[in-house]
Design a binder for this molecule. Structure first.
Ligand code: NAP
Length: 280
């Protein structure tokens, strides 16, 4: 006889991008969502309608996900606890740890961070294989959070107490700064008159091509371009073209890290490039 699996009930306090994507994904996998609350009742109603659940200012469930902006977490947690909050309270910040929660022993606390750039329309399919960073105040809660992470198709990782800042940096560098590099490249094409639509499409193609190479090859093999070839003349032309732009220092810093990835350079080529890029 097959045993019925008891799944925790879920609720959300904060009805934005993360709550919407996680709520819909868990609902599709058969979880019961009891209620949604948010600062603005209209936001809570919008998500509650999609999740077919109640609107409550201080929702109750086995796991209550506190998916509000980072600077609101401590205050909203205190308010929820002050309103007789029942169940485990879990925030979804990538950088903050359990330390944001008040030191109240009758409640369980956790953190649950899906490493993904959630946009307004992000919907999870389960194919993303999301890394999900987890902390919890008890082994029982760790196990519950692991279960709900696995049901998202996620890959849960239990984080040590002082890890969150470094853990979060990785996601910021990989995802946010890619956007910065996108703008860096587009500003250069724009300066030489490449029309806006073609500009965006071209930069996306270049980035997607590089990412595709990284899917297949290690960084040293995926790397193309002047530094990989040890082409000092090209670097001189680039530096002259970037003079008086706000991007020069970033170009040099990225180049200095890129030299260390290039596999085929002679020691003197490596040194010449480093000298050129640190001279400025
Ligand atoms: N976006 C990402 O890529 C991402 C990825 C992983 C983790 N996270 C983390 O997940 C958390 C939520 O991020 P998000 O992107 O979902 O933010 P978001 O889209 O801005 O949504 C935040 C929600 O919290 C509500 N809220 C704000 N202040 C509140 C308060 N004082 N009381 C109750 N509700 C309040 C908002 O209010 P309204 O009622 O006004 O709508 C909104 O519904 C953050 O800790 C963030 O660091 C974000």
């Amino acid at each position: 006889m097959q045993m019925a699996v008891t799944r925790p009930t879920l609720a959300f306090l904060g009805a934005g991008r993360v709550a919407t994507a996680l709520g819909l994904a868990w609902q599709a996998r058969g979880y019961t969502i009891t209620a949604v609350g948010s600062r603005n009742p209209a936001s809570a109603r919008r998500l509650a309608e999609q999740l077919a659940c109640r609107v409550e200012p201080f929702p109750q469930a086995d796991l209550v996900f506190l998916s509000v902006p980072d600077d609101q977490i401590a205050a909203v947690a205190r308010a929820w606890l002050g309103n007789n909050g029942q169940g485990a309270l879990i925030h979804t910040s990538g950088v903050h740890s359990l330390a944001l929660f008040p030191n109240i022993s009758q409640n369980q606390f956790g953190t649950f961070h899906p490493a993904y750039p959630f946009g307004p329309q992000t919907r999870l399919t389960g194919e993303e294989g999301l890394l999900i960073g987890i902390e919890a105040t008890s082994a029982e809660l760790s196990q519950m959070l692991e279960g709900v992470a696995l049901d998202l198709g996620g890959r849960p990782v239990f984080l040590p107490a002082d890890a969150k800042a470094r853990y979060h940096l990785a996601a910021v560098v990989a995802s946010n700064y890619l956007v910065t590099l996108f703008e860096f490249a587009r500003s250069l094409y724009a300066q030489v008159g490449v029309p806006a639509e073609l500009n965006t499409a071209t930069v996306l193609t270049l980035m997607q091509g590089a990412l595709q190479n990284l899917v297949v090859y290690p960084p040293a093999q995926a790397l193309t371009g002047p530094i990989a070839r040890g082409d000092l003349a090209t670097l001189h032309l680039h530096l002259a073209a970037l003079e008086q732009t706000p991007w020069l220092a970033l170009y040099c810093q990225l180049g200095l890290h890129t030299v260390d990835l290039a596999p085929d350079l002679q020691p003197e080529q490596r040194q010449q490039i480093k000298t050129l890029l640190t001279r400025l």
